[in-house]
Every structure is written in C-alpha cells, then in structure tokens.
Design a protein around this ligand. Structure first.
Ligand SMILES: C[S@@+](CC[C@H](N)C(=O)[O-])C[C@H]1O[C@@H](n2cnc3c(N)ncnc32)[C@H](O)[C@@H]1O
Length: 259
C-alpha cells in the first residue's frame, strides 16, 4: 500500500520528488566526507578537529565542478618532525602518499588537485593531481603553485600553522583566488611556539579585525597585498570546533570568501 501511495505522489508531483532525492543525496554527501577523512588518516575528521562539517557546508554544491583546488600541508605522518627547524629529521625521506589529497580526490572527483608541502612527496600517477614542494613562508616558493595554475578556486592552509607562515601564504595567494573563491585557514588556535615572533600578531586576531572592520593589519603584507585583501574580501567566517583539551582552548578554522 505504502509503495502505491508513494508512486501516486511521485506521478502527481515529480518536481517535489526530485527535490527530495537531491536532498537525500546531499545528506549522503556529508557522511562520505566523514568516512574519507578517517579512511585516509587526516586530522580533519570527527576524531580530529572535526573541520569536515565546515568543508562539506562550503564545498558540497561545488563537488561536481572542475575546481582548481590547492592544499598546503599534506600529511600527519611525522608532521611533528616537519614542524621543527631540524630538517635532518625528514629532509632525505620521500613520502609515498599524500593522505589529504587522497581524501579530496574521492570527495571532489572532477577537481584538479595541487598539494604543496615542505617535504618531498612521490609524484602522483593521477594526471589531475600535482605536487609542489616548497616552504610556505617564502613568496618565491609559493609562486611555484602559481606557475602551475595561475588562478585557484579553493586554497586550504593546513601547513605549519605559525603566524608568519599563515600570513605570508594568505597575503600572497589570496590575489590568485578566483572571484567567489574560498580560502580556508586551519588550526588558528595552535601555533608552534618556536616559530612565533613577538612583533607578529596571531592570525586569528587579525582575521577577527578583518571580519569586523575590513582591515588587514598584518605587518608581513606588502601595500599591494593589503589593498587587494581589503578591497576583495567579501566575508570572513570563523568556526571553533573546541575539539582539543581545556575549556579555554580554541580550535578555529576560518573561511575567507573572495568577492
Ligand atoms: C598538520 S600536517 C597536514 C595534515 C593534512 N593536511 C591532513 O589533513 O591530514 C602539516 C603539514 O605541513 C607541512 N609543513 C610544515 N612546515 C611547512 C612549511 N614551512 N611549508 C609547507 N609545508 C609545511 C608538513 O610537512 C605537514 O605535511
């Protein structure tokens, strides 16, 4: 009986049925990113920072588009070593796989993926995955991304998380984001102490000012970068998953949308 009633409804209102199916598929889409995050051992999933809710919210509707997508910081493996100044711990190692890109490949099957990391990752066999090696605190090395693709739809900074590195990366790459593009900055609540400098404000505080009065006060931005950011940021969203220990701990991810 139930099936007959459902069939009748579908025949009478096919558009409503289509809307329903689309809705169901979108719900499913949320859960597949949860799975991929844990399958590929990234720290974005529910057992880590739980940032995938935010990614899914902003990216879900773009999943079938041929996005140009770049993530800075590719693997949790030995990442505590890569986050120390002693490069002998990882310099001669070649990493077989970039877990973050594996996750995005499944979630965004039509995107061109670019991964950027200070460590050496093996070249991918997938022609739509390109890995660039470099240090995100160097504009010259970030330029290697732009030499490969000069405009990007999505950029994620999940690299070292030091304030200097975050601010140089944002200032330099924001200009290369397409109109309507998204710039995500993860782990704004954690900065490795040995890289922090008294004269550089924390990125999370600068983003709060950008969000409220539209000013970018980073001492590391050139006059031209500052002007582009102040004129072309449409909105700044901040989410705090508070997944890490302690009531005072913040675990912000920011999403900056370009006009
Ligand atoms: C938190 S892990 C990335 C995790 C990965 N995105 C994920 O979701 O599983 C940080 C990464 O940043 C890279 N990294 C550290 N310092 C860097 C720098 N100065 N420039 C570029 N990448 C850096 C490390 O090698 C490491 O792969």
């Amino acid at each position: 009986m139930k099936t007959i009633r459902l069939m009748n409804k579908v025949i009478r209102n096919p558009n409503a049925f289509l809307r329903y199916v689309t809705f169901c598929l979108k719900q499913y889409a949320h859960y597949d990113l949860v799975e991929y995050a844990s399958e590929d051992n990234t720290d974005k999933g529910v057992s880590g920072h739980d940032y995938i809710r935010v990614y899914d919210f902003f990216l879900r509707e773009k999943r079938c588009k041929p996005l140009t997508f770049c993530e800075i910081g590719l693997s949790m493996q030995d990442s505590e070593n890569a986050e120390h100044k002693d490069s002998t711990l990882w310099k001669d190692k070649i990493y077989e796989t970039a877990p973050s890109l594996n996750m995005w490949r499944k979630y965004l099957p039509y995107a061109h993926l670019i991964g950027f990391d200070i460590r050496t990752f093996k070249k991918s066999n997938d022609p739509q995955v390109h890995i660039v090696q470099g240090d995100q605190s160097s504009r010259e090395e970030l330029q290697r991304i732009i030499d490969h693709r000069d405009s990007l739809d999505v950029i994620i900074d999940d690299g070292l998380h030091a304030s200097r590195h975050q601010q140089i990366t944002f200032a330099y790459l924001f200009a290369h984001l397409k109109s309507g593009g998204l710039f995500f900055i993860e782990d704004l609540g954690y900065q490795p102490e040995e890289f922090e400098e008294a004269s550089i404000p924390r990125t999370v505080d600068l983003l709060k000012i950008l969000q409220s009065i539209g000013k970018w006060n980073s001492p590391l931005a050139t006059a031209e970068e500052k002007q582009i950011i102040e004129e072309q940021v449409a909105s700044v969203y901040m989410y705090d998953s508070r997944k890490s220990p302690g009531p005072e701990f913040t675990d912000y991810i920011a999403v900056i949308v370009k006009k």
